[in-house]
Design a protein around this ligand. Sequence first.
Ligand SMILES: *Cc1c(COP(=O)(O)O)cnc(C)c1O
Length: 224
Amino acid sequence: MSRLQAVTDRIETAAHSVGRRPEEIVLLAVSKKQPLARIEALINDGQRRFGENYVDEALDKMAHFAAHDLEWHFIGPVQSNKTRALAEAFDWVQSVDRAKIVRRLNAQRPPDLAPLNILIQVNLDGEAQKAGCAPDALDTLAAEVAAAPRLILRGLMAIPAERSEPSEQQAVFARLRALFEQLAARYPSVDTLSAGMSGDLEAAVAAGSTMVRVGTDLFGPRPD
Ligand SMILES: *Cc1c(COP(=O)(O)O)cnc(C)c1O
C-alpha cells in the first residue's frame, strides 16, 4: 500500500468512527524539507494540495512544479518582510496571527488573483515560543480579516502541544472546536478547521477538523 493510501485510510477510519463523512476532511501534504522526487511521486499518485513552511524553499518548488495544477498553503511563521511573496504566490496562508500581517497581505495581493484564503492560527497553549494569536485576541483579528477585500476568512489553524493524556488532548481539541464554531456562526465564509498532523490526526478528526496537515507519514522522515 502507498503511504498516501495508508493516510487516506486512516482519515476514513477516523471519520467513520465518529460518524463523519471522510469527504469532509481535506488532506494537506506538508512537503517542507522533502526532496522534489518524493513530492513528484505524490503528485503522480493524485495529491494536489501542499503545505510549506519556508518561503524561499516553497517558491523554488512552485517553479519546479509549475506545469501541475497544485494548491499551495503557507503554514510556517509569517515574517512581515515575506508577505509580498506570500500574497503573490500562495493560495492559502494558514498562519496569520497579527493585524500587521493582515494589512500587508491585503495590500499586496495582486488584483488579478482571487482573494487570498486566510486561516488565523490560534495559540491554545499560551506557549511563548509558538506562533499564533491568543484566543482572546481572535475576535478582533477575525474582524480585520473579514473586512479586508483582498482576503477571505476561511477559519482557524492550530498546532496543539503534545499531551500524553488522551483526555487532555481531547480537551484542548474541544476548546479549538468551540472557537471554530463561534467563528463559523459569525462569518459565512468560515468552513475550515486545520488541525491534526501525523501523530494526532485521529483526535483532530474526532474534534471536527476539516483539514489535516500530514508530512512525515506521507513522505517519510524529513531529511536534515
Ligand atoms: C511540519 C508541520 C506539519 C506536519 O507534521 P508531521 O508530524 O510531519 O505530519 C503540520 N503542520 C505544521 C504547521 C507543520 O509545521
